[in-house]
Design a protein around this ligand. Structure first.
Ligand code: AMP
Ligand code: MG
Length: 496
C-alpha cells in the first residue's frame, strides 16, 4: 500500500498528458504496471535524490520499494507509455515505443544554483507490458538494470549529458531469457524521454499536426522563452544538432561506445539515453564494437560521430513540415564543426593544453595512432600522462614501441613548454579531466555476479566511485588498473 503523501506520489505532474488531452491516444497510452513479487532494494542514489529535492531515506524506504515494484494501489498515478518509431541499424523499423518503461509523471525541480525550475520525468523501467511491447515481456533483468543504473551515473560523473537513475530493485519474479533470471526495475529520471523517433513516428504516417504538437510541447517545456518566436522550430532543431554533436564529442573523448545508436535511442535534448550493450574502451581501438549483435560494426567507436549526423538527418526529414529544407540543411552543416571544436577542445584538455592550436591535431592523431598500434589502455594512459613532468616512465612503459613514444613525447614536451602554467597546475587540471575510473565491462560483470548472489555491496561501491571518477578511492583500487584477461571474453548484446 503506497503512502499518498509520498513526494513521488503527491507532487508528480503530468504535463505530457495535459498537453495532449485531445489527442493523447496518438502520442501515448495509459498503462498499469504488473507488480513484481518480493521486491528488494539493490541500490538507491542519494546524490540524485538530493538534487531532486527528495530525502535519501525516502528513496531507500518501503514506500519507494513498493512503487518501484509497480504497486500503485492507493495512488492516483496515471503512468503512460510513449509511442515512437525509429531507424534500427539504418533500416526503418516502424512503430516501437516504450515497451517496458512507463513514465509515472514529472517532478518540478528547482536548480540549487540558478533557481531555475525544470521538470524531470520519473520513469519505471521493467514494470510490465505496454501496448508497445510487441512480443516481449515488458521486463528488465537484474544484469541489464545494473548496467543502466551504474552507467548513467558514471556518465553524469564524467560530466556527460545523460539520463539518470534514482534507484534499482530486484524481485523474485522470474524472467525468461537464455535462462531464468530475476526481474528488476530501474527508476530512470530524465529531462525528456522524447526521441528523434518520436517525431519520425508521425512523419512516416503522414501526420504533420502531431509533429507540430510534439515540437510545441518540447519547446514549451524546455525553452518557454522561444514559444512566441517564428523561428522556434529551427531553434529546436539547431539545439538538437548542437547538443548531439557535443554529447558525441564527449563520448569520443572519454572512450565511450553506446552500442545501439538507433534513432529511437537518441534524445531530442542530446542526452545519452538507453544504456544497453555499451562499452568503454580498454585498449584504444577505433574499430571497437561493443555490441555483439552489431556484426557489421555500424556503431563501432569511430563511426559514432558520423552516425550522429545520419540520425540528425533522419530527424531533419521528419521536421520538413515545420522547417524549410534550406534551413534544415544549413543547420545540419553546423554539426561537423561543432563536433570538431568540442572534441578538439576536450582532447587538448586531456593533454593538459590550455588551448587547442591547429598544430595540435597532429599531436593528437599521432598519439591515437600509436596507442592503437601498441594496444595501449585509453583511460589508464591519460591518467598516467598526468604525471608526465615528474615521471614519464609509467606512461612510456605502456607502449611496446618505446622509441615511437619517445618521439611523440619529445614533441609533446615542446608543446607543453609553450604554455605558461606550472607543471603542478597542469597536473591538477589533468587529474580533474582524465578519470581514474570508468565503467569497464568487467567491473559491471563482477558486481552483477555478486548481486546475483544477493550481495549488493559491489554495486553500491561502484556507484560511489563512478559518481566521483576523478578522485582516489582506496577501497576500489582493484578497479584502477588494467582489465583482467577474462574481460575480453565478455559479450554484451541487445538482449536484456
Ligand atoms: P532497445 O533496444 O532497448 O532500445 O529497445 C528497442 C525496442 O524494444 C523499444 O521499443 C523497447 O521498448 C522494446 N523492448 C526492449 N526490451 C523489451 C522488453 N523486455 N519488453 C518489451 N519491450 C521491450
Ligand atoms: Mg531503446
Amino acid at each position: 500500500m503506497t503512502d499518498t503523501n509520498f513526494p513521488l506520489v503527491r507532487d508528480l505532474k503530468n504535463t505530457f498528458l495535459d498537453a495532449f488531452s485531445d489527442q493523447s491516444d496518438l502520442h501515448c497510452s495509459a498503462v498499469a504496471p504488473n507488480p513484481l513479487s518480493s521486491p528488494v532494494l539493490v541500490s538507491s542514489n542519494d546524490q540524485l535524490a538530493k538534487e531532486l529535492g527528495l530525502k535519501p531515506e525516502d528513496i531507500a524506504g518501503e514506500t519507494m520499494l513498493s512503487l518501484m515494484a509497480g504497486d500503485f494501489s492507493a495512488t492516483n498515478l496515471q503512468p503512460i507509455a510513449l509511442v515512437y518509431s525509429g531507424h534500427q541499424f539504418g533500416v526503418w523499423a516502424g512503430q516501437l515505443g516504450d515497451g517496458r518503461a512507463m513514465t509515472l509523471g514529472e517532478l518540478q525541480v528547482e536548480d540549487a544554483l540558478t533557481g531555475v525550475s525544470e521538470l524531470w520525468d520519473i520513469q519505471l523501467k521493467g514494470a510490465g507490458t505496454t501496448p508497445y511491447s510487441r512480443f516481449a515481456d515488458g521486463r528488465a533483468v537484474l544484469r541489464s538494470s545494473i548496467r543502466e543504473y551504474l552507467c548513467s551515473e558514471a556518465m553524469h560523473g564524467l560530466g556527460i549529458a545523460t539520463t539518470r537513475a534514482l534507484c534499482l530493485i530486484e524481485s523474485k519474479t522470474p524472467v525468461y531469457r537464455e535462462e531464468v533470471e530475476s526481474a528488476a526495475t530501474v527508476c530512470r529520471v530524465a529531462r525528456s524521454h522524447i526521441r528523434f523517433g518520436s517525431f519520425e513516428h508521425f512523419h512516416y504516417r503522414n501526420q504533420p499536426e502531431p509533429i507540430k504538437a510534439l515540437a510545441n510541447y518540447v519547446i514549451d517545456r524546455h525553452f518557454p522563452s522561444w514559444s512566441d518566436d517564428d523561428g522556434k522550430y529551427a531553434k529546436l532543431f539547431a539545439h538538437s544538432v548542437t547538443e548531439t554533436a557535443k554529447m558525441i564529442a564527449h563520448w569520443q573523448a572519454v572512450g565511450f561506445s553506446h552500442g545501439v545508436m538507433n534513432t529511437d535511442n537518441m534524445s531530442i535534448l542530446g542526452d545519452t539515453i538507453d544504456y544497453g550493450p555499451f562499452g568503454f574502451l580498454d585498449a584504444y581501438n577505433p574499430d571497437f564494437i561493443c555490441n555483439h549483435s552489431d556484426a557489421n560494426g555500424r556503431y563501432s567507436f569511430k563511426n559514432q560521430p558520423s552516425v550522429g549526423l545520419w540520425n540528425l538527418n533522419a530527424l531533419a526529414t521528419s521536421l520538413m513540415t515545420l522547417i524549410s529544407s534550406e534551413t534544415l540543411v544549413s543547420i545540419l552543416k553546423t554539426y561537423e564543426p561543432t563536433f570538431l571544436t568540442v572534441y578538439r577542445g576536450l582532447m587538448a584538455t586531456k593533454l593538459g593544453l590550455s588551448h587547442y592550436n591547429d598544430t595540435d591535431e597532429d599531436l593528437i592523431n599521432q598519439l591515437l595512432e600509436l596507442m592503437a598500434a601498441n594496444n595501449v589502455d585509453y583511460t589508464l594512459f591519460f591518467r598516467n600522462l598526468c604525471h608526465f613532468s615528474e615521471n614519464r616512465t609509467v606512461a612510456r612503459d605502456m607502449f611496446i614501441d618505446r622509441q615511437a613514444f619517445d618521439f611523440w613525447a619529445e614533441k609533446y614536451g615542446q608543446r607543453l613548454g609553450q604554455q605558461t602554467v606550472t607543471d603542478v597546475q597542469r597536473r591538477q587540471q589533468m587529474l580533474a579531466t582524465n578519470p581514474k575510473y570508468v565503467l569497464r565491462n568487467y567491473m559491471a560483470q563482477a558486481v552483477i555476479e555478486q548481486a546475483q548472489q544477493g550481495n549488493y555491496s559491489g554495486v553500491n561501491l561502484l556507484l560511489e566511485v563512478l559518481q566521483n571518477p576523478y578522485d582516489e578511492h582506496p577501497r576500489a583500487q582493484k578497479y584502477a588498473g588494467l582489465p583482467p584477461d577474462w574481460a575480453e571474453t565478455i559479450s554484451v548484446s541487445c538482449s536484456s
